[in-house]
Every structure is written in C-alpha cells, then in structure tokens.
Write a protein that binds this ligand. Structure first.
Ligand code: ZN
Ligand code: ZN
Length: 911
C-alpha cells in the first residue's frame, strides 16, 4: 500500500510535468468566476481563460497548467441526486488542465499526455484507449492529424484508436464562438469492473455504459470560430484546452474502485465514522449518507473560503442548500448537529497546503457551517413533519408528483430546500414538480441557483473591435499591446483620433447628437474595475477643429481596446483629428477619496471585528462608497462608531500612500489582501498605507489620494444586511461628508427652534413629550372603548326576532376584533338562544364576527358559514368554529347592506 502515490503527490506531479515543459503554473481561480455575473460557479478549468479564447483579453504567458476548483450542482453535467449514490459524482471537484494559447498544438499535447500517463505514472499501455473526431454528417473535416499523432506514440495499440462523432468528440463553448475537435483518453479498468455483465446484450466498450472504461482526460483543440449554425471559420491562433477529472485519476492511480475510496475522501469518511461510532460493516451499510456528507463538507468549505456564505438567493442559496442537505443526511446516521464543522476541519487539514485560502479562512468556514446547521435544526422537525403529511396525502390520493408551490412553501416557511424535499419524496418513490417550485420561487423573487452553462458570451462588438485594432496595428498606429492605459497620471498632450464607432460600425466622422465610441492611442480615463466606477469627462478636438464629445462611459470591448463612449456635443469629430482627453477631475478626486477611504474602512473592520470581515463586494463612486463584507451579525452602534473613528484617525495621521508594482506571489506572501472575485496579473500593483507595520496593504489597480489627509472627513451613513452572514456599510467622504453632517445639524437646529430648546436639552424634552403623548393616547383609547361599550349596551337590549329566535346585527364605531369578541361573549351571556353578527371598520376595511348559541348549532346554524355568507358581500372571507367565527372584507361601503344576509342565512338554514 505504501507505494501508491497520494492525491497531493499526483496533483503536484501533473503540475511539475507541465512546468518542466515550459508551462506557467496558474493558481486556481475562485469558485465565483471573476467578472462574469452570468455564470453561477466556476465549473471547468477553462472558465478563467475564457476571455483569452474569446480574444477579449490576453495573458503574459502562452502555456499554462492548473488545478481548478470547480462546483456543479445543476445542469447537464451533473445531477445533485446522483451525488453520494454512486462512485463518481461530486458537487465540488478538481480539474487538472494544461493550456496552449496560440502556442503548441496537437502533436505536443498528445505526446505529453502519453508520456505523463505511461512514463511518469506507469499506466499499462495496453489499457489505454484514445478517441478522435470523425463527423457523422461529413460536414466538418475528420481530425486525421490527431489520429496520426496517436499512431506514432511508442507502444500505443493502433486498435485502441476509435473515431467518434459530434456528441463525444466535438467541443463547443456555446452556440457560437470558439470550438473544435477533441481527443479523449480512456482507461480500461478490466472486466471485473463491468457492472452490467448480467445483461446478455451488453458489450463493454469505450463510451459504453458500464464502469469498465473510464474517460480520464479530454484534449480539446480549439481551431474554429463558429459564426452561425452552418458557418465555421478557422482560427488564426489555435489553442489547446485540456481537462482531467482529478478524483477519477486518483482512483485509477491508487487502484480503488470508487473516488470515495481514494485518500481524497477516506480521511473525511473516517471522521464521520468516528462521530457516528459505527463499525466498518455499519459504515458500508450506510454508504450514501457518508458520501453525501464528505462531498458536501468539501463543497461548503471551499465555497465559504471564496466568500459564498449560506443565504437565500443565488450562490448563497446553493451553499445553504448543501449545508442543510448534509445535515439532513446526518440525521440518517443519528449524528448530533452541529457536526459538519468537524468534518470541514479535516478538509482544511487535507487540502489547506495546496489551497491556502481554506486555512486562512478556517474560522469563518467553521463558524458559518455551525451557525447554519443550528439555524436549520430549529425548523427541520416541523418541516419534516409537514412534508410527511403532504406526502401521505399524496399517496392517499394515489398521486405521484408533489405540487411545486407546496414544496416552495416548505422552503419559505420551514427552510427545507427543494433538493431535500425531493430527496425525501424520492425515497418514498414520489417526486416533486421542480418547474412549479422554480416558478413559485421566481414569483418570490428568489433566484433558483441554476446558472447558464458558460455564462454570457462576449458581445458582438468583439469582432468589430478586434479587426479595427488589428488594422491599426498593421498601420503602425497602435503597438502590440493595443491602446495604452495610463490612468494614474494626467495626459495633457493631444493625440490622434484613431477610430470612431457609431451604431456598431466604424465611421470617418460624426455629427452633433451622435452616440459614438472614440478610440485614442492612449487614455488616462479610468475603466471600471475593482468596484471603482469609470471616469467621465470630455474628449475635445485640438489644433483648431472645435468639437466636443461628452464621455459618459468607458468600455474594454476586446483585448487591447479601450474606448470612450458618449455623445457629440458640438462640432464634427473625424478620424485623424488631434484631440485631448479631459477627465472630469473634480469627480475623479471625489472617487479617489472614496477609494482610499474604502481601504482604510476594510482595515478598520479587521481591527474592530476581526480578520473574518473580508470584502465581499465594493462600489467606489464619486458621491459615496459601499462596502460589503462577511460578518455573522449586525454591528453594534459601538462597533460602527469605533470603525468610523479608526478611519478618521488614519485620515488625521495624514499617512502618505506607498504604491508599488511587484510579483503577485511576493505580495501575497507579504500578506497583501487579495480580493475575492478579482482577476490578477502576474505583476500586481500594491497600495500600502501607514508606516512600519502598515495599516492597510492591498492589491489594487484603482486611483488613490496621495496622503490620507486628502480624504477630509469620513462618515458611515448606513449599516445593514444583504444576505445571511454578509453586511453592508455605506459611507461618505470629503465635501459629501461635510454636506451630510451639515444637513443633520440643520435638522437639529430646526427641531431645537421648533421646541424652543437647546441641543443639550433636546433629548430629555423629546422623551418627556413622547411620554405625555403615550399617556394621552391611552386615555383616548379608554374613553373610546367606554363609548363603544355603552353604545353596545343599548343595542343589546333591542335584539330583533327572526324565525322565533333573538338576532342581533349591528355595526359599531371604532371597535377592534378584540372588543367585538368581548361583545359576542356578552351577547351569549344575555341570550341563551340567539344569533349575533357584529361588525366594525378598521383601517377602512370591514371586520366581522358572528356568534351562534350552542343549542342553535344543533338546528343547522354554523357561525363560520354565516360569517362567510355575510363577508362575501363586502368582498372578503373568513371562518371559524360553529359557535364563533370571524371575517374580514375589502369594501366598507357595502357593510350595512351585507347585514341582511343574516336573515337570509337563518331562514335558509334553521331547521
Ligand atoms: Zn461492461
Ligand atoms: Zn482598492
């Protein structure tokens, strides 16, 4: 057993192998894709390189190797139902990949794959099979190149090379965009792994349906751009994109029959076993819950480390659902909640060396898991009882599918996620109308947690701009890197207008009123990034051509392209004119104050609340800053004031900002704060504030003041919750802070003046006034109810007689439901036989109460039916017991008319 490589070794061997072949190791991007709000989770290694394939961005390296954290909870690649029930499905998994961006191609990719598998990992050559693309429709050329390269590999059995069609061997990102043939590598685990050998018609094979042949590695050769269903054009720069499911690979190299039997999962499963006290036979008899808990512990640990805490919508919902699903499976093992943190602790120990973010955030992870489990525990019993009632009902009616709205109701009232409801229904051979659930959720504006496969594709502009820039480069108007971006220093000298784009087409000139995008060889306008909004301002013609474009937005539509977007205000700008870009500097200064203040706020939150208070979102605008961060509960007033004071102290200390460039790894090692959901280059810009032991040290591309004193004043204007475990602070600085404070002082002055008091005496005075007001209101209430009561007393004596019984029907002024009920009691005390209907109007809506004495309920009368019939006239409904029932309505104007229904009801029902 000793000679089997560990999972950690295998991962490292993969990376080392490709590093030795000139690849740059690129750390896994977070599970939340940076700059792609349309994709729920990173679900493949290529997500962080999507912009390179689309041509909207570039990297300083052309060969990369990585091990990417991925999460799939829905969609065609995974079905949550499968997770835990078989050997191979996971929510969280790692994807190993090697990448060529217009560098090497099929020959190297296939040769290296063969070498790594057979020479480094010593997989038997006669067990390896390969596939290549051959179009069943004969429209796209057969990939003879890949096939030929396979046949050249030393020791590769030519009979093990098989052609497959579009479904298996042609890869597309979406309906349009980069695509190409792929070549899969399969491993034959041997006939003993076939799980379908009982079926006489079954033949084991590559891409077959048994567990004998496993696909281990897919090499995608991106060589076309699909423009439409029928049009493929060859790409000038061809790419290689490979993906190898890490867990599966480890199961093969460790020669175990299930991913869950690799050392990636064994320690987690052992921890669960220690918690249950099961022996091995008991564990094997309960495999599914063990696997679900191990899988979900990994997923939630990594999610929370990347800032996704349990919550109600979108990604946060997924985290919540996974914690709760694990907790529910824990019930099956009689585990005492909360237990998940104890399993997550093992995840952190096992994976923390390669993924240090889970070590850094250990406390946040464990706290969030425990809190969520405790919260779930409060509602789960009621929820499960209710669910079981609903399932019983369903079975009695002989139905199979539970109503989606009812499932949503279980979630909304009892916190039971759909996935759990479905698990339980399926355990009883029933199911849930998932569509109905989604619709109900949509109605409640709670996002479903399902995302699009690869998110939104680049805009149609990409190609126009990419062509434009290529031609400008060819003419020598732009150098290789494209438009020069220099937002940190004003550029005052004129430069040439290189292009004007109007309605998606390049034009030579534009008119007043035209909406245009204008391209200059360099710009100092800031382009929205890291929460800081884009600059606005003007581009004006110099050298005599008098024209002005008011710039309202900045865009980066393709790699190396930055354009100023706005409207022509005067004159006729033309390509070739000389122009000056003028940033609205006053606005820029306000933004800089807010950006530097954001860094100070982040540091102050760490100081006051702790290191877990990490940034989860940020907006830096001219008029305010907004900062979202992880923290389990509302901040106290003292904490808010302490944070505000910390920031203002740092402002008054007037620290100079130190801004430098350095390699990413060096900055991270020095403890710089890297932000979640951001993409970083190999060399990063760092902002340090404070002297020896810096107050704040962040990676940041934003614009900042020179010294903290430039911020002026900092005031927090809001603190609140945006999701479970995520808080939001809004604040103002500089002139906006002054205006905010001045506004508050003015209000105070007005109130003082109005009350004839001074600021010092204001609070006691207001408390005093408020006290007398409460006393006065109580007095009014008392007088009112006395009036109602004496009014009622008069009417009580004068009940009419209908069909021989006493009937009282009255409308009382200013009575609430409580006093109507009291009066109904008084009616029954006075009359041993009779019916009363009492009504009043509250908040402009009718309220009604009906009472029937006990004896009459045996003669066909029912207070609930009576009140329903009356309430129907006023557009309402209600019900209750036979002797007492209440109702509400909408139309008070019909109240008097409705009372006649009492007589009708008695005549029709009294026996
Ligand atoms: Zn088979
Ligand atoms: Zn920043």
């Amino acid at each position: 057993m000793q000679d089997k490589p560990t999972g950690a070794q295998i991962r490292q061997e993969f990376i080392n192998f490709f590093e030795e072949h000139g690849h740059t190791f690129v750390p896994s991007s977070p599970l939340v894709p940076g700059g792609d709000s349309t994709l729920l989770f990173t679900n493949a290694g290529m997500v962080q390189f999507k912009d390179v394939f689309l041509g909207t961005d570039q990297r300083p390296y052309s060969r990369a190797v990585n091990s990417q954290k991925c999460l799939r909870v829905s969609g065609k690649h995974n079905d949550l139902d499968q997770v835990g029930r078989d050997n191979t499905h996971h929510t969280f998994f790692e994807m190993l990949g090697n990448w060529s961006f217009g560098d090497y191609y099929k020959k190297e990719a296939i040769t290296w794959a063969w070498q790594l598998l057979t020479e480094v990992w010593h997989l038997p050559k006669d067990r390896i099979w390969a596939t290549y693309f051959k179009d069943e429709l004969n429209e796209i050329p057969e990939d003879k190149e890949a096939a030929g390269i396979w046949l050249q590999q030393p020791g590769f059995d030519p009979d093990h090379l098989l052609p497959f069609g579009r479904k298996d061997n042609f890869w597309e990102m979406a309906e349009t965009g980069p695509c190409g043939p792929d070549s899969e590598i399969h491993f034959d685990r041997g006939p003993e792994y076939c799980n379908l050998s009982d079926d006489p018609n079954h033949v084991c094979g590559v891409n077959g349906d048994c567990e004998r042949f496993l696909e281990i590695w897919n090499n995608v050769f991106i060589q076309y751009n699909r423009l439409s269903e029928n049009v493929l054009i060859p790409l000038e720069k061809k790419h290689v994109d490979t993906g190898m499911g890490f867990e599966r690979l480890v199961s093969i190299l460790q020669d175990v029959p299930s991913n869950y039997k690799t050392d990636l999962f064994i320690p987690l499963i052992q921890r669960v076993q220690a918690l249950t006290g099961h022996n091995d036979a008991e564990r094997e008899a309960n495999l599914t819950p063990y696997r679900v808990i191990a899988d979900h512990a990994r997923a939630t640990t990594f999610l929370i480390a990347d800032g996704v805490v349990p919550g109600n919508i979108g990604r946060n919902y997924v985290c919540r659902m996974l914690v709760r699903r694990a907790a529910r499976f824990g019930l099956k093992l009689d585990l005492k909640a909360p237990f998940l943190a104890k399993v997550a602790q093992v995840v952190i120990e096992e994976y923390g060396d390669f993924y240090p973010e889970i070590k850094r955030n250990a406390k946040t992870i464990l706290d969030n898991l425990t809190r969520e489990e405790i919260q779930f525990k409060k509602t789960i019993d009621a929820g499960l009882d209710h669910l079981n009632e609903l399932l019983e009902e369903l079975k009695q009616k002989g139905e199979k599918i539970m109503d989606g709205e009812k499932a949503f109701d279980l979630y909304a009232t009892h916190g039971l996620p759909l996935e759990i409801t479905r698990d339980i229904a399926q355990e009883q051979e029933l199911d849930v109308d998932t569509m109905g659930f989604q619709q109900a959720m949509e109605v409640h504006r709670v996002a479903s947690g399902a995302g699009r496969e690869f998110g939104e594709m680049g805009g149609e502009d990409v190609e126009i701009y990419a062509n434009l820039v290529d031609s400008l480069k060819a003419k020598g108007k732009l150098d290789a890197e494209g438009v020069k971006y220099a937002p940190y220093q004003a550029i005052m000298e004129p430069s040439e207008v290189l292009a004007i784009v109007k309605e998606g087409k390049p034009v030579e000139s534009a008119q007043v009123g035209d909406s245009v995008a204008i391209l200059l060889p360099k710009t100092w306008f800031y382009v929205e990034a890291g929460g800081q909004v884009s600059d606005t301002g003007k581009v004006v013609g110099s050298d005599g051509s008098a024209w002005t474009i008011r710039v309202t937005d900045m865009q980066k539509p393709a790699a190396g392209v930055i354009v100023h977007v706005g409207e022509v205000e005067e004159g006729c700008p033309a390509v070739g004119d000389m122009a000056i870009a003028q940033v609205d500097e006053n606005r820029r200064v306000q933004i800089m104050r807010n950006h530097t203040a954001t860094h100070l706020l982040h540091a102050a939150l760490h100081e006051v609340l702790g290191k877990h208070a990490r940034q989860a979102g940020s907006l830096v605008a001219p008029d305010r800053l907004r900062f979202d961060f992880n923290h389990p509960q509302a901040m106290t007033q003292e904490e808010i004031l302490a944070v505000e004071a910390h920031v203002n102290q740092a402002i008054l200390a007037n620290y100079a900002l130190n801004i430098t460039q350095k390699p990413l790894q060096e900055a991270i090692d020095e403890g710089a704060m890297a932000l979640f959901g951001e993409k970083y280059d190999a060399v990063v810009r760092t902002i340090t504030i404070g002297d020896e032991a810096p107050l704040s040290y962040e990676l940041c591309g934003g614009t900042h003041v020179d010294e903290t004193g430039d911020i002026g004043l900092f005031l927090i204007t809001y603190e609140g919750s945006i999701a479970s475990g995520v808080r939001r602070i809004e604040a103002v600085t500089g002139w906006h802070a002054y205006q905010y404070a001045r506004g508050r002082l003015n209000t105070l002055d007005h109130v003082d003046h109005f009350l004839g008091t001074s600021p010092q005496e204001l609070l006691p005075k207001v408390k005093n006034l408020s006290g007398s007001l409460t006393a006065a209101q109580k007095e009014i209430e008392k007088l009112r109810s006395q009036a109602v009561s004496s009014d009622f007393k008069d009417k009580l004596d004068n009940a009419e007689v209908v069909e021989g019984i006493a009937v009282l029907k009255i409308i009382l002024q200013n009575a609430n439901m409580e006093s109507l009920r009291e009066m109904a009691d008084r009616f029954r005390q006075k009359y041993t036989t009779g019916v009363a209907l009492l009504a009043s109007v509250q908040d402009e809506k009718p309220i009604l109460i009906a009472t029937v004495t006990e004896d009459l309920t045996k003669q066909g009368l029912h207070a609930g039916n009576l009140v329903k019939q009356v309430a129907a006239v006023v557009g309402g409904g209600g019900g209750g017991r036979p002797t007492l029932a209440q109702a509400g309505g909408r139309d008070a104007s019909k109240l008097a008319e409705s009372l006649y229904q009492v007589n009708v009801y008695i005549q029709n029902n009294l026996k």
